[in-house]
Write a protein that binds this ligand. Sequence first.
Ligand SMILES: *[C@@H]1O[C@H](CO)[C@@H](O)[C@H](O)[C@H]1NC(C)=O
Ligand SMILES: *[C@@H]1O[C@H](CO)[C@@H](O)[C@H](O)[C@H]1NC(C)=O
Ligand SMILES: *[C@@H]1O[C@H](CO)[C@@H](O)[C@H](O)[C@H]1NC(C)=O
Ligand SMILES: *[C@@H]1O[C@H](CO)[C@@H](O)[C@H](O)[C@H]1NC(C)=O
Ligand SMILES: *[C@@H]1O[C@H](CO)[C@@H](O)[C@H](O)[C@H]1NC(C)=O
Length: 778
Amino acid sequence: MAYKSNSFFILSVVFFLCLSWSTNTGEARQPFACDPQNPLTKSLKFCSASLPIQKRVDDLIGRLTLEEKIKLLVDNATAVPRLGIQSYEWWSEALHGVSNVGPGTNFGGDFPGATSFPQVITTAASFNESLWEQIGQVVSDEARAMYNGGAAGLTYWSPNVNVLRDPRWGRCQETPGEDPFLSAKYAARYVMGLQGNAEGDRLKVAACCKHYTAYDLDNWNGIDRYHFNARVSKQDLEETYNVPFKGCVGEGKVASVMCSYNQVNGKPTCADPDLLKNTIRGEWQLNGYIVSDCDSVDVLYKYQNYTRTPQEAAAVSIKAGLDLDCGVFLSDHTEEAVKAGLVSENDLNNALVNTISVQMRLGMFDGEPSAHPFGNLGPKDVCTKDHQQLALEAARQGIVLLKNRRKTLPLSRRQKTVAVIGPNSNVTDTMIGNYAGVPCGYITPLQGIQKYSQTIHQPGCTNVACNDDQQFELAEAAARQADATVLVMGLDLSIEAESRDRTGLLLPGDQQELVYRVSRASKGPTILVLMSGGPIDVSFAKKDKHIDAILWVGYPGQAGGAAIADVLFGTTNPGGKLPMTWYPESYLAKVPMTNMQMRANPKRGYPGRTYRFYKGPVVFPFGYGLSFTTFDTKLVQAPSQLSLPISATLTDSTTLSTTYALSLTHTNCNSLSLPLHIDVKNNGTVDGTHTLLVFSTPPAGTWSANKHLVGFQKVHVAVGSVQRVTVDVDVCKHLSVVDKSGVRTIPLGEHQIHIGGDGVGDLKHSISLHAGSTNIKS
Ligand SMILES: *[C@@H]1O[C@H](CO)[C@@H](O)[C@H](O)[C@H]1NC(C)=O
Ligand SMILES: *[C@@H]1O[C@H](CO)[C@@H](O)[C@H](O)[C@H]1NC(C)=O
Ligand SMILES: *[C@@H]1O[C@H](CO)[C@@H](O)[C@H](O)[C@H]1NC(C)=O
Ligand SMILES: *[C@@H]1O[C@H](CO)[C@@H](O)[C@H](O)[C@H]1NC(C)=O
Ligand SMILES: *[C@@H]1O[C@H](CO)[C@@H](O)[C@H](O)[C@H]1NC(C)=O
C-alpha cells in the first residue's frame, strides 16, 4: 500500500512530526472516548461497558450527524468532541514486528524501537505453527505497549497473505509462500497471536488479512497494480487465491480484510459486492471491517475509470461492502453521493457498525486505557530479552540448508579464520526487509561470525547491484588466506520491493562472477549464504563443486547474523524448508506475469505455476531443506478406508452408484479427520528437527490430479531416539478438490498420501473414500 498523492504524503509527514513531539513521551494516553473525567460520559449509553456491543454501537450511531459519519469513513477518522470521541488513525502495520509504515505508529522517545522478527517468508520456512502464534503474541504485546504510550494504534493492517504465484513479485518476502494451505495456516495462527484469542470477541489488537484478492503483480513490463485486471477462473479463485483469506476469516477470526488495487475479472475488488458482501461477509461471516488499500477508491475512479463520477465511486464501494477507506476519497465525496441518492445513510450506518464494533471490542470505548486488561503494558515490555531471543530463535528456525557437500557444514572451531565476503555480509536493514519498524538492535552476519572465529571482511561489491569487479581481487586475497570462506550474497529492497517486481531470477550484476572467482581462490571450503525474499536461480552454485554449501536465510530479522553464524558453526541444526519453488531463469520466458492461470496449458507452452501445477525442471523444489542429521520415518498407523456420512438431500435426489464426487453440501464430514501416526527416528549424528510434509493426490477427475499440501508437523528428535507424530488431515477441507465451476467436492475412490516431499525417504499411503450411509433420519 502506498499513498500516491504527494500532498497527502507531505501532510502525513507533518502529522508524523507533530505526533512524535506531543504524544511520544510514554505517558498514559488520553482515553480515546468515554473518559471518566468527562461529565458527559455517564449519560452516554455507548460508554456503558456492561451493555452488549451491538446496543452500544447502535446508540452511538444514532447520535451522529451525517457529516460526522462521513468523517469516520476514512483512516484518519475525525474527532467528535461533542460526544467526547477523539480522532483515530486506523493505519498501523505489524507484518513482522510493529512497523513504522503507516501514520498510526511513531518510534522515538520511550519507544525507540520494537522487536523486528524475520521477514514472513523466512518465518514461514520454519513450518512451525506455534512459533507463528508466539510471534503474534509478542508483537501485540509491544503494539499494546506503544498504544498505551500514545505511539501506535490498535488496528494493524497485517498480515499479507496473497499466494505467491509469480517468483518475480517484489513482495514475495512479505508472504508465507506459494501454497494456499500453508498460507491459510500462517494467516490463522499469526492473527490468533496478534488478536489474543480473548474471551468473547474481545481483541488485543485487530489484525487485517490483505490484499483481497488475486493480487501479486506490482509493476511488470509497463503494467502496474493500479491498472491491472487479473483474469481469474472460478476454479483458481476458490482453489488458490481465496484460500488464505478464507482461513484467516474462518479459523483466524480476523477483525479485518483489505481489498486490493487490482481488478478481478473487470471489477475493482473494492467495488465488487460479490467479493465483499457475498463472499467475505456472507459466506465467510467476517466479524469485523473491510478496508480499502490506500487510495484504492481513488484508483478505481481515476486510473481505472470504473465510474463516471467520484460520487459514484464512493457509492459503489460502500454498497459493495467497503467499510473504511484508507485515504481521503470517501470523506471528500460521500456527502454528495448521499445527497444525490446514490448511497443511503443506512448504507453508511452499516459500514460504521463494522468499524465501531471493532473499536469497542478493542476496549476503546471503555474509558481509561489503564483499566484495560493490557493497560499495564509499557516501554518495559518492548524489546525485552525474551522478545529479542524469540526473534533470534525464529531466524534459526527459518534458515534453509540447500546444499552441504561432504558435510562441509557445520564449520569447526579449528577453522580459525573465516573470510566473510559479499555485499550482504555486514548489512543491517537489509535483514529486516520491508514493512519493518525500527529494530531493538542488529547483529550482522559479520558480527555473528566474529563470535565464533577471527574474520577477514571484504564486501566484494559496493552493493547488491554489484556493477563492477573493482574489489574482486581483495575478496580473492581474503579467501586465499582464510580457513573457510563465507559469501553473503543475494538481494535487497533495491531489487525486490513494493512497486518493484524483478525482471530476472539470477543474482544481480556481477555477483555470480564474484562467487565463482572467490570460490576458486578459497583455501578452505566455500559457503554461499543467500539473502532474498523471492527465489534465486543459483543453478551454477548448486552444480559447482567449489561451492560446498548453500544456505537460504530469507531476510532473517534483527538477529539474523547471529542465527546465520549459529547454523554455520552447528550450534543450530537447520530445519527450515522452502515455502516456494525455485524456478530456473528460463521459466520466466514462458509465463507473462499477467497470466493468472495456475494450471499448465501444454498446447500453448504455458508451464503452470507452483509445485502443484508446474512439472518442469526446478533449481530447488517447494518443501526442500536439508539437515546436519538424517531421519528415518515410518507410517505406523493410518486408516485405509473412510466412509463419508451422506446427508439426506443427496440420497433423495442422486443415485450413489453413479457419483464419483460428493459436493460438500451433500456430506456431513465437517469433523471427519484422517489421522496419520508416524514415527520419526533421528538415525544420524546430531539432534535435529524434522518437518513432515503431508501431500495428497486425489483420484483423476475434472479437477487437478496433482499433489497438494494437506498437513505438516515439525518435530524435534534427539540423536538415536524416536518421536511419534500425529497429523490429522481434515477430510472435508483438505481432501476436497475444486471443479471448473469453482465448486468444492470430495472425490470418491483412492487418494494417494505422500509424506515427505523432497523424494528422500518418502512414505506413501493410499486411502479409499466412499459414500457411507446417511446419518440423517428421514
Ligand atoms: C486528519 O484529519 C484532520 C481533521 O479532519 C486534519 O486536520 C488532518 O490534517 C488530517 N491528517 C492527515 C494526515 O491528513
Ligand atoms: C481513463 O480516462 C482517462 C481520461 O479520460 C484516460 O486518459 C485513460 O486512458 C483512461 N484509462 C483507462 C484505463 O481507460
Ligand atoms: C559492520 O556493520 C556494523 C553495523 O553497521 C558496523 O558498526 C561495523 O563497523 C561494520 N564492520 C565493518 C568491518 O565494516
Ligand atoms: C537413516 O534413514 C534413512 C531413511 O530411511 C536412510 O536413507 C539412511 O541410510 C539411514 N541412515 C543411517 C545412518 O542409518
Ligand atoms: C516451534 O517454535 C517454538 C517457539 O520457538 C519452539 O518452542 C518449538 O520447539 C518449535 N518446535 C519445533 C519442533 O522445533
